[in-house]
Design a binder for this molecule. Sequence first.
Ligand code: ZN
Length: 423
Amino acid sequence: MAVQLESNFLERVYTEQEIKLRTMIERLYAKSSYYREKLREAGISPGDIRYIEDLKGVPFTDKESLREAYPLRMMAVDEEEVVRIHSSSGTTGKPVIIPYTKHDVDTWAEMFVRCYEIVGVGKKDRVQVTPGYGLWTAGIGFQAGVERLGAMAIPTGPGNTEKQLEMMIDLKTTVLCATSSYALLLAEEIHRRGLRDKIHLKLGIFGSERWGEKMREKIEEYLGIESFDIYGLTEIYGPGIAIDCPAHQGMHFWSDYLLFEIIDPVTGKQLPIGEEGELVITTLTKEGMPLLRYRTHDITRIIPRPCPCGSPYPMIDRVLGRTDDMIKIKGVNIYPGQIDHVLRITPGCGSEYQIHLTREQGKDEMTVKVEGEEGCNLSAVGESLRKNIKIKIGIAVKVEMVPPGSLGRSEKKSKRVFDTRHM
Ligand code: ZN
């Protein structure tokens, strides 16, 4: 294997994955007309892919090709084997439809059970599931895992904060599953109403968007919990394919089901283990719609060492941003995650911020709008934030401090970047 490995730990993982990869490629060639055609066009026969580095020559699959295959052209089994579909909403054009077999549904629930177990959720826990149900994968994924584990699911779904709080208090919910912005909304509401002593939460599992340390600290403080990031995307089962653990050093991913590569988002080249780049996923056992080298557009890295928690599963780092969130300004590439980091080390800054990109007299300008913490001196905090961004990221920006709570909260994903340069 030519991929330079920094530890025996990953070498073992990769050897196991390569055995599954060969079987998976053969199955794709036999069952998926979509991939058979794609591989033939690239001049690849099944026997050519034996090692992870052989994937280098295999074309990527992106969301656009999934859209083009709408609704079921990428289905790789006979229809009688399909038990469910999910759909990922497209902001533009057609959505993407993902068919699941019984085996896929079971695998996903199994991955979710691992997620719950690794963070310490057990049969006696009561798990409030606030992500949405329906075509979207989130709610039902969390719920199927709870049921398989044998804990109690409280399937509130999203919204209706009054009902959420009533259930959380009366049923003594111990685990909260939510998007991080909805968790923040609930945490602030509980804090505002002084309900902290009435709730019984011990941990939170939050995901579906990149979120900063400041926001995490606030949610943990207001709810009195430990929180864990969960990762996933509808095209690859849904949430639950990777999760943070009590050591909080990265997110474990289920390497017996999924093969993760990191590539340079611009050149598409495989990057060495440990380097930051775009996560590309190949499913190893998925039947309904297996994916080969699916581009997630999420920026992370594979952590080249085992976790102190003792889990045999490798880790990726927390997601730093999206390739399409990458901001190019004054010749510098910036991810919103870097702004999060500077907010964390600047006292007085809140967790909520927006990045506004404008063009003034032919020059690009970046303004960072940030909520100050209760009672802070906004102009002094703004000045130290401006300096810290200059030192840490190397770019001169304008800073606009606003009072706490004045930037919108959302039940879904918060929009952070507003680019009006080309309007
Ligand atoms: Zn761990």
